[in-house]
Unconditional design. Structure first.
Length: 572
């Protein structure tokens, strides 16, 4: 399990108070309880880091428990993916892998106990009638006509539900609490419903399944959890959590709620993520544009960067949206330390060095990572014909453009100074080749006379370059909050430029042995990772993150632009 510094927040203050009063005999035992109805996303990562991190901070334990109470939406694929994601993030639950379905027999017995003491009943109102009888935030609910059935009748009907004597929607088991409560969750909530769907783990054994609110607290109790840490939307459910435990007379954990993570330029609703997958807006749950942990992993993110991001975001009670550039900062900072530098050209422009020997190829020394001396160096071939980025040449450059132009000298990374002597164009006037000369006294990138060009360009030797595919990923949505406009479906804000495929990109020959998952910095361009689609015959690179914080720059420009617009309006 990763090392975690002692962090103070309102949750640790509660735990410290419990330890001082010996409420749980000094124990700290948390759990991460995902529903296996989709893949985990960056919001879940915050909860994972929080639950496992707090357990580690206090020398306690953390369970992984699946809330598998709705087989209509659950699949083994999701269970496997969740286990893989939590492990990839760096956490281990030991032998404490549990499922709510482990407790189906005990939960059923608890429901029977509530019926016996007159605090649960079988209701045969239709689902629509139950919703209508529930009332609103300003109007109390209406009691069901089945609410006061005798205990023995309720026991028989509940057994009939279990035995398959009712169809879906014909009967439910409800807790008998208070239909006039100001908290709608306490207005006789449904405890069990009928589902004619085989369960991934229990098969056809059960036809009735507990609701999350009924299974959650009792599962916590059975596992000896001390602190049940949930997101803020469960705050109004806490009285129900407490009611079940008190009335069944079980050991009582403490539920604590914190604000969930919301990230700009994306959606974190699992329902909406499922739509993106099912409706073909992305290529599966692990599409690098998705905010899923598997998507971030495929995009080249590291578990260390995600943990650092979650740590920086912190824990609070106030809802808010975290800017995407904060997440990107952490992956950029992490990859800067670990990713080897290589040279690649995505938009190639041919360069011929006219005074370089025709049959000569030099092996030049290149630094693998200036942040890590132990990474050493590598050899890169240099020859008469090269490729540079097309964006690094302008025939008639603007004032602050310092890269290559006619008559201008620039430095080639690890190589020589070159000067553009001639521009070759095709019949349409497009530049297709540059004829340059080099200074043989500048090998390694320095001149004996001390002159220093203002620009250094990356390059690849034409005869030695490897063709590859580069997938340039951007944000999936073109606006900061795709859910803000209630008159527009969130899919209306899909960014049409969220993926651009460059083929062929040209990369240096050292990448010939790169394997899926290997991360690199393409010098002057971005960080990339070798995609799982790569083979020995076909290299595919995914752009992880740009070298500079483009989003933050854009956000800084916005206030200035608003001021300029206001100034223009005042002048008019």
């Amino acid at each position: 399990m990763p090392e975690t510094e002692a962090k103070r927040n309102f949750i640790t203050e509660i735990i410290d108070e419990h330890n001082e009063t010996d409420r749980y005999q000094g124990r700290v035992h948390t759990r991460f309880p995902p529903e296996p109805n989709g893949y985990l996303h960056i919001g879940h990562a915050k909860s994972i880091c929080l639950n496992f991190g707090i357990a580690q901070q206090y020398g306690g334990l953390c369970n992984l428990r699946f809330d598998d109470t709705n087989p209509a939406k659950e699949e083994q694929e999701y269970i496997d993916a969740i286990i893989d994601d939590v492990r990839w993030l760096g956490y281990d639950w030991g032998v404490r892998l549990f499922f709510a379905s482990d407790y189906f027999d005990q939960l059923y017995d608890m429901a029977v106990d509530l019926i016996r003491i007159g605090r649960a009943y079988v209701d045969q109102l239709s689902p629509d009638e139950i919703r209508a009888y529930r009332g609103t935030l300003t109007a109390p609910g209406i009691e069901s006509p089945y609410r006061d059935r005798p205990v023995e009748e309720n026991l028989a009907l509940f057994e009939k539900m279990r035995a398959g004597g009712f169809q879906e929607g014909e009967a439910v088991l409800r807790a008998k609490i208070d239909m006039s409560s100001g908290n709608i969750n306490l207005r006789d909530p449904v405890m069990y419903r009928i589902l004619d769907t085989p369960h991934p783990r229990t098969g056809d054994t059960w036809r009735i399944y507990p609701m999350y609110d009924f299974a959650h607290g009792q599962s916590d109790s059975l596992e000896g959890i001390t602190h049940s840490i949930c997101t803020l939307e469960y705050e109004d459910h806490r009285p129900l959590y407490d009611w079940y435990l008190d009335n069944i007379e079980l050991y009582h954990p403490q539920q604590i709620e914190f604000a969930r993570l919301n990230l700009s330029h994306t959606v974190l609703s699992k329902r909406k993520l499922i739509r993106l997958v099912q409706e073909g807006y992305v290529d599966g749950w692990d599409d690098p544009r998705m905010p899923t942990i598997s998507g971030l992993r495929r995009r080249g993110y590291t578990p260390e960067a995600i943990r650092e991001f979650c740590d920086e975001v912190g824990v609070g009670k106030v809802k808010g949206v975290v800017a995407l550039h904060k997440l990107e900062y952490h992956i950029r900072h992490d990859l800067n330390k670990r990713a080897n530098r290589v040279m690649a050209v995505l938009n190639p422009l041919r360069v011929v060095i006219e005074n370089y020997p025709e049959d000569l190829t030099e092996e030049l020394d290149a630094i693998n990572n200036p942040e890590d001396a132990s990474a050493g160096t590598r050899k890169v071939p240099f020859a008469k014909v090269l490729y540079i980025e097309r964006e690094d040449f302008i025939e008639d450059p603007p004032r602050k453009f310092f890269r290559l132009a006619p008559g201008r000298e620039v430095r080639l990374r690890y190589a020589y100074f070159i000067t553009c002597q001639e521009v070759i164009k095709d019949a349409n006037g497009e530049v297709i080749e540059l004829r340059c000369t080099y200074d043989p006294e500048t090998r390694g990138g320095s001149a004996p006379d001390g002159r220093r060009p203002k620009a250094t360009l990356h390059w690849v030797a034409a005869a030695h370059a490897i063709e590859a595919e580069a997938r340039l990923y951007d944000t999936l949505f073109s606006v900061e909050n795709p859910e803000a406009d209630r008159d527009q479906d969130f899919t209306a804000f899909i960014n049409p430029q969220s993926l651009q495929v460059v083929h062929p990109a040209l990369v240096e020959p050292s990448l010939a042995t790169a394997q899926p998952g290997d991360r690199f910095q393409f010098e002057r361009l971005a960080y990339f990772v070798v995609d799982a689609d790569s083979t020995s015959e076909r290299l595919v690179f995914n752009r992880t993150v740009t070298l500079r914080d483009q989003w933050k720059k854009q956000q800084k420009k916005q206030p200035r632009r608003r001021k300029q617009r206001r100034a223009k309006r005042s002048q008019s």
